[in-house]
Design a protein around this ligand. Structure first.
Ligand SMILES: C[S@@+](CC[C@H](N)C(=O)[O-])C[C@H]1O[C@@H](n2cnc3c(N)ncnc32)[C@H](O)[C@@H]1O
Length: 391
């Protein structure tokens, strides 16, 4: 899996490292050649955007709920007579988004359920089933938990306090930057698939507000900050594992103490990391080429195991550090592109630009106040510079 971006870029230009694979460099190397982030608002249907194929890195969107709000357009999605009709409309959307996504792209789809004849209809599950049947991979079903949701009048059931953010991909080798996301949240471990986010209630602008925090998280996970304008490859974070553990955890602290006490060397730690918890190595640098660890690595790992006992595994969780970003060498910098095909008031587009990505918004009736930009609809971002209250 590709690793990706966001957050500080402490390293300037780095040269190609033995064994890492692609050449790498710092993000700052490309920064000077990047144009300002832009937004493009297209009036159109999410199922037929007219956008070029392979031009988008991430779709982040919140479609209409089924049978809730009438947007007053004959082609609107959400007013289908049956749940199946609604799911079928969304599958048409996925087909179109697959066309515009690069192979490394992802979709983050915010969906909620609907009560109909006193029962939940099961909309999210139906969407997931149909998507998997159409060849999509569901990488996560993220629960968006809303601590302070809207009051509900029901007296015979609990108030609904969650929706889903479904992460879909169509190729196995998609861009994903868990390290950047961890940096963004300020956590060391994988933070899990429950997002506790307060709804944003700007009801004056729209009846279905989409919290900016959801967009920030999706972008930091799945939209690269830099993409080659020639070959379309996203720049991916290159990481190496260190021999340092997070000593705020008592087990990790004890493991470090034992390693110092027994004078384990960096080669011992790398041997543990190559060996993992079994003797089938993961780190190619230390493998013999046969898929098994070399004898020397096995010897070092055995020494480390004798010294560390049950704390041996701790070093398989050692901190990683970013050593650079893949660099295809074309020298044609571009920004990652986020598409919201139900852009509404423009939440996604604004957040994307704030995060240094280009944005595209599609909507049958966009609520972005882009009148000033009408002559140059394709460059709302520049207009935003001049009129920051545009959206
Ligand atoms: C839930 S709202 C999106 C809200 C948006 N995330 C925001 O922050 O304002 C759904 C939007 O989908 C649009 N819409 C409905 N059917 C559509 C279709 N077939 N193609 C494109 N947009 C559509 C509506 O006009 C509405 O703006």
């Amino acid at each position: 899996m590709l690793a990706g971006v966001l957050g500080p870029d402490p390293d300037p230009v780095l040269s190609k490292e033995e064994g890492v694979g692609d050449p790498i460099s710092g993000l700052s190397t490309w920064e000077a050649g990047l144009p300002v982030p832009t937004a493009q608002i297209v009036v159109g249907d999410a199922r037929q955007t007219g956008l070029p194929a392979n031009s988008v890195d991430a779709v982040v969107t919140s479609p209409p709920y089924w049978q809730k709000r009438d947007y007053g357009h004959p082609d609107q999605i959400g007013q289908e007579a049956t749940p199946d009709g609604f799911v079928s409309s969304l599958m048409d959307c996925l087909t179109e988004w697959k066309r515009v996504l690069r192979p490394t792209g992802s979709i983050f789809l915010n969906v909620g359920d609907t009560y109909f004849k006193r029962s939940l209809v099961g909309i999210p599950g139906r969407i997931e089933t149909a998507a998997v049947d159409s060849g999509w991979s569901i990488r996560n079903r993220i629960i968006w938990a809303k601590p302070g949701g809207m009051p509900e009048p029901a007296r015979n059931r609990l108030a609904v306090r969650h929706e889903y953010i479904i992460h879909l991909t169509h190729k196995p080798n998609y861009y994903y930057d868990l390290a950047g996301y961890q940096q963004y949240l300020g956590v060391a471990a994988n933070p899990g698939d429950v997002w506790l986010i307060e709804p944003e209630r700007d009801m004056s602008a729209h009846l279905a507000p989409f919290p900016r925090e959801i967009v920030r998280r999706a972008i930091s996970l799945a939209c690269p900050p830099q993409v080659c304008a020639t070959c379309g490859r996203p720049r991916a974070r290159v990481e190496e594992r260190t021999d340092q553990l997070d000593e705020s955890r008592p087990q990790a602290k004890r493991a470090m103490e034992l390693a110092r006490q027994h004078r384990l060397t960096p080669a011992h730690i790398r041997a543990i990391q190559a060996t993992g918890v079994s003797d089938v190595g993961k780190a190619t640098k230390f493998q013999s080429g046969t898929g098994r660890n070399s004898l020397e690595v096995q010897r070092l790992a055995a020494e480390a195991k004798a010294a560390l006992g049950g704390y041996f595994r701790e070093f398989t969780f050692a901190r990683r550090e970013t050593v650079g970003w893949t660099d295809c060498g074309h020298g044609t910098p571009g920004r990652g592109v986020v598409l919201d095909p139900f852009v509404g008031t423009g939440t996604t587009a604004r957040v994307a630009m704030d995060m240094g990505r280009d944005a595209i918004g599609v909507d049958l009736k966009p609520m972005v106040q882009n009148k000033i930009c009408r002559p140059t609809l394709r460059d709302v971002g520049r207009c935003l510079d001049a009129t920051p209250t545009l959206f």
